[in-house]
Design a protein around this ligand. Structure first.
Ligand code: CDP
Ligand code: ZN
Length: 158
């Protein structure tokens, strides 16, 4: 049984925080605000994987009211999601992430991001896609108020 899932997330920019995207610290004058490390791209990916398996979402698995997840490394949360899918006999086929940001330029970091995610999910690099787009200065991402991310994942039940 092959199943598809989608994920979407948004975090606002804030000064004095590192900008974590797909597990990579991207050099920029602003970071993202959040209870965890606010890795918006990994959050969208986890929601896509959970959605494909109909296992809820990250808000259900890792409530932001739980102190345990304060400042949490989203890559570690992703590893928990991957383990949960495995436990339910799902294997990941591939996924595709789109980071929506006016700034900073993401393309120099994409290969490093793909390598981290591939290793975390036990996938080959060619099954992991990360790309970026601006919104041509329109809307909240265009005004550089924050970053949005979309993800689409395909999984298979053994
Ligand atoms: O409409 P399109 O996405 O082609 O144009 P754009 O939003 O101006 O982005 C042009 C290219 O810049 C994209 O293909 C991305 O590879 C890259 N990009 C990036 O590296 N980092 C961003 N924050 C936005 C776009
Ligand atoms: Zn998030």
């Amino acid at each position: 049984m092959i199943r598809v899932g989608q994920g979407f997330d948004v975090h606002a920019f804030a000064p004095g925080r590192p900008l974590k995207l797909c597990g990579v610290t991207v050099p920029f004058e602003l970071g993202l605000l959040g209870h965890s490390d606010a890795d918006v791209a990994v959050h969208a990916l986890m929601d896509a994987l959970l959605g494909a398996a109909a296992l809820g979402d990250i808000g259900k698995l890792f409530p932001d009211t739980d102190q345990k997840y304060a400042g949490a490394d989203s890559i570690l949360l992703l590893k928990k999601v991957v383990a949960l899918l495995k436990e339910k006999n799902f294997t990941i086929i591939n996924f595709d992430i789109t980071i929506i940001a006016q700034e900073p330029k993401i393309s120099p970091y994409v290969d490093g991001m793909r390598a981290i995610l591939a290793s975390c999910c036990g996938l080959s690099l060619d099954c992991v896609s990360v790309k970026a787009t601006t919104t041509e200065k329109l809307g909240f991402t265009g005004r550089k108020e924050g970053i949005a991310a979309l993800a689409c994942a395909l999984i298979e039940k053994a």
